[in-house]
Design a protein around this ligand. Structure first.
Ligand code: C5P
Length: 223
């Protein structure tokens, strides 16, 4: 496909979700939340009784995943449907995120999701959120951003978010989980988390959402 792509990769909690939704809305482009596909694969597998270490079963689940993304109202997150059921909240739990990162280490699962991700690239353009958007899925993308933040800042943001929704959490537990997930995402052999050679690295530590957004728009040549 010839439509332009802006890839936004980076560790969990760096603000990719918020920023990519803002970019897609502002530009009027499509949005790919690739992490949701790994989360949905983990959730669908659990529901179907497929073990998270059954590679063959996971590939089948990933290949036949029946998902839909529906644009949310202004300021609302995109609604995620699994076989027609709204699982927007359910796929955002820490358990689902951790399970996603367990299935994401498997190359056959990644292969099963590859074409589905590329199919999101349609006119007028695509904003792609993930870990390997610039390195593997859209290596030809003209604009690649690697959005990061310190582990402490990411844990603090997650803490505030969970507190705000009434969930009781422990800061140290969150920090430990974030570090463990970073470790797994960066050190796996299949599509490890790292900036593409031609990526522009933006560190969002200490920046407001608006400041990060402005830097991303400038990086995309849209400022
Ligand atoms: O971004 P999100 O937290 O939703 O991703 C969940 C997990 O899915 C990540 O920790 C990572 O292991 C995996 N993932 C991936 N490649 C992507 C997107 C997500 O391996 N492109």
């Amino acid at each position: 496909s010839k439509a332009p792509v802006i890839t936004v990769d980076g560790p969990g909690g760096a603000g990719k979700g918020t920023i990519t939704q803002m970019l897609a809305r502002t530009l009027g482009w499509h949005l790919l939340d690739s992490g949701a596909l790994y989360r949905l694969t983990a959730l669908a597998a659990t529901r179907q009784g497929v073990s998270l270490d059954d590679d063959h079963g996971l590939v089948t689940v990933a290949a036949f995943l029946d998902v839909a993304f529906e644009p949310g109202e202004e300021g609302e997150p995109v609604r995620v449907l699994l076989e027609g059921e709204d699982v927007t909240g359910e796929i955002r739990t820490e358990t689902c995120g951790n399970n996603a990162s367990l299935v994401a280490v498997k190359q056959p699962v990644r292969d099963a999701l590859l074409q589905r991700q590329r199919d999101f690239c349609k006119a007028p353009g695509l904003v792609a959120d993930g870990r390997d958007m610039g390195t593997v899925v859209f290596p030809e993308a003209p604009c690649k951003i690697f959005l990061t933040a310190s582990a402490e800042e990411r844990a603090r943001r997650r803490f505030d978010q969970l507190k705000g929704s009434g969930v009781d959490v422990n800061m140290q537990d969150l920090l430990d989980e974030i570090r463990a997930r970073d470790e797994r995402d960066m050190n796996r052999s299949a599509a490890p988390l790292k900036p593409a050679d031609d990526a522009q690295v933006i560190d969002s530590t200490g920046l407001s959402i608006q400041e990060v957004f402005d830097r991303c728009m400038a990086a995309a040549g849209q400022a």
